[in-house]
Design a protein around this ligand. Sequence first.
Ligand code: FAD
Length: 643
Amino acid sequence: MSVVDRQEWDVVVVGAGGAGLRAAIEARERGARTAVICKSLFGKAHTVMAEGGIAAAMANANEHDTWQVHFRDTMRGGKFLNQWRMAELHAQEAPDRVWELETWGALFDRTKDGRISQRNFGGHEYPRLAHVGDRTGLELIRTLQQRTVALQQEDFAETGDHESRLKVFQECTVTRILKNGDRVSGVFAYERETGRFLVLQAPAVVLATGGIGKSFKVTSNSWEYTGDGHALALLAGAPLLNMEFVQFHPTGMVWPPSVKGILVTESVRGDGGVLRNSDGRRFMFDYVPDVFKDKYAEAEDEADRWYDDPDDNRRPPELLPRDEVARAINAEVKAGRGSPHGGVFLDVSTRMPAEVIRRRLPSMYHQFKELADVDITAEAMEVGPTCHYVMGGIAVDSDTAAARGVPGLYAAGEVAGGMHGSNRLGGNSLSDLLVFGRRAGRHAAQYAQVLAHRRPPVDDAQVDTAAAEALRPFSAETQGGTDAPENPYALHQELQQTMNDLVGIIRREGEMEQALHRLAALRARARRAGVEGHRQFNPGWHLALDLRNMLLVSECVARSALERTESRGGHTREDHPAMDRAWRNVNLLCALADPTGALAAADPARGQIRLTRERTEPVRPDLLALFEKEELVKYLAEEELYE
Ligand code: FAD
């Protein structure tokens, strides 16, 4: 057997971004011996790349802000498909989570009178994003790491071992959740550097693995984001919710080709940047949808006055939710009014003095100078949509973050579904990580405590199967009969191109059907993905293993997108362009069609996902009462209004 290390923990957290670290800290503080596993180096996660800030109704920049207004904005942004209880908890608890970070050593930018400064962002009625320049995620991760080390030092003082109660396994990839009957019993992983296998036995596992962007060609996501947690949950028997909702951030770099997709933070627009087409027109005024008409300015002078007098003017349309802005940019480019490299212009140079730009947007200044040789204090940036975030994810209980149907499995952060409905507002991810990371850690620790004396043992047969699955790429040539092994890099490129072209920002029925056919063919070929060399740091092998996850998740996105015959948030159908109230209360759930894998072994091209519809839980009346009736009419299904 190739397993070299077996360890016992109470809680295993998969992922060391904001959600994973917050969960681990909570679980350890509640007495659970906690292991954290991350695929990349400790500290290298998407969270560290977050730029704009954390959304929390602290009312520092506008005294009218409250959790109720934040809740309303979040529901509007998600077009009312949010799991409303999550949106409620998130809006209520986010300010405490920001304060908590300060008590652990974070230092946010300040207002003149010394309070935490808050900036504007799309879809937020008031300035709400607590920030550290445009490097907020870095401060968040630094603080959570510092807290982790502080707890390890406490443990050292008591036990003589820093890692006795909280240990980080970095550069380790989890490939399977292990189960005993229905219950979680641990995880199977490999060390990226040595290729050795690892089994961590634990009654509770928290998935906090982030997003799926690497299934798309143009993306702001980095190499780790191959949908692992989504796939691990599916394979363990937990369903995924509303996977059709993928956020295309409106502003990614479009030039030069080597950096296409890298994010241009929304803070640029929050701080006054404007979008123009090749005619020099601020085109966003032409794209304000009816549901938002009373909240956004109709002309440039009102929009510009809003920055100084937000109470008496309406917001600039550049600050509409991301889905609206991304679609508008797409339409301008399609109409031939794009920039030379297929984007539009985003300009701060004519809106702020150079020294203010360098102070408020230091990362953007350097990013454009170094990667594109563009000085954003003197000229406009070229930007276009980039695949950024997945709203769909593991179906969880709102209060406990427990994954549905698999006792002992929890999920928090981007990998969990529900919180953001069909579209996430900027800044609502960092707050989501902290609020639900903490909740997942707490409930996982409690669950582990209950099972302290009857921990589900690990089934050795499952470990052998997981090891054999992981080693398969080394013997691909002996499995494919006459066919030669497939190159994992080539398969990945074809997958990314398929998702980008056929299930991208604007979707059509025929194209999505074509995508499902291509995915089936890729799935069959991926079973023959072969690698040379050995198990010591072998990126081709790692990618071959990640392909399973990307193919599973891509099928979920394509099948759900084909099923939902309307346009809502991060799902735009050219053949069904309007939001349909009849779909408001419908969730789409993806589960594994063939849980034993027997059918797939016989026919790898066979679809792996079974889709079911489910009614959403009716929104609690006191929360509905926070909205004007006229507004609800735009969103709610006929029968909901009647009720
Ligand atoms: P991540 O931070 O993505 O961490 C995932 C962790 O899981 C990593 O440690 C990874 O190594 C690990 N992992 C993955 N798979 C495995 C596996 N198989 N085995 C072991 N470990 C695994 N949101 C905001 O609210 N405000 C912003 O200003 C903002 N700016 C952003 C800027 C950029 C460039 C990007 C890409 C995103 C931004 N976001 C922002 C979104 C936000 O950063 C992410 O949604 C959020 O950080 C996700 O956090 P997470 O804890 O869920 O996962």
